[in-house]
Design a protein around this ligand. Sequence first.
Ligand SMILES: Nc1ncnc2c1ncn2[C@@H]1O[C@H](COP(=O)(O)OP(=O)(O)OP(=O)(O)O)[C@@H](O)[C@H]1O
Length: 237
Amino acid sequence: MNPITCAGVHFGYRHAPVVRGVDLAVRPGELVALLGTNGAGKTTTMDLLLGQRRPDAGTIRVLGRDPCADRRRLTAEVGVLPQESGCAPGLTVAETVRLWLRLHGRRDVHRATAALLTEVELTHRADLRAGRLSGGERRRLDLAVALTGRPRLLLLDEPTTGLDPQSRAHTWALLRALREQGVTILLTTHYLEEAEALADRIAIMDAGRVVFTGTLDEAGGPGSLATTFHRIAGQPR
Ligand SMILES: Nc1ncnc2c1ncn2[C@@H]1O[C@H](COP(=O)(O)OP(=O)(O)OP(=O)(O)O)[C@@H](O)[C@H]1O
């Protein structure tokens, strides 16, 4: 069973179609990078996968479930990093992670907090309030939160936006390690080099449709993704 399947998914606001027949399959254990110009419909697709929006047509299955019908179960099983941070600004970094670990019913809260903060390189910020973190640090806290339930599926909306090159490289290493542990990952990104560095397969969205899915080789090989992307995405229509 594929952890994610979308077949003929449509969604729109009133008379403005946003997602216009998305077909997408993410296979077990693979990392798929979803690319697309601003407004292509990537975040909306993520929202649909999380059951935060109901499709007007088509079928979505996440871990075999209908996300609208089984939203609660999926919240427990899927690690989510939203485009906008959901962390409470008044809680410290450590308090935030502990809270989410407890919500997921974890018993080893103190040990797991220390381990997660090490993984996202925020140990030195453990006692700082989330509202005082830099943009890149907050992104890393969001990633730690996404990992608190030890998910087998991760949905990451622009996980490295705002990160400096060193932190980005560290996050890439963490995501590779998670994939090696068998975690399936769907992430959106505007960094073509991120897709080249990480993805088993690339999906390109344009104007509400997935217009390309394939490996990096199928997209033209290393260094050619930009050419492919600009050829098929964001053209006036
Ligand atoms: N509540 C809303 N009402 C009307 N249109 C909306 C609403 N929310 C989003 N949209 C529109 O839906 C389209 C797709 O937005 P979405 O956030 O999914 O794009 P995206 O591919 O994630 O873009 P970005 O790369 O900029 O994050 C955009 O044109 C946006 O303006």
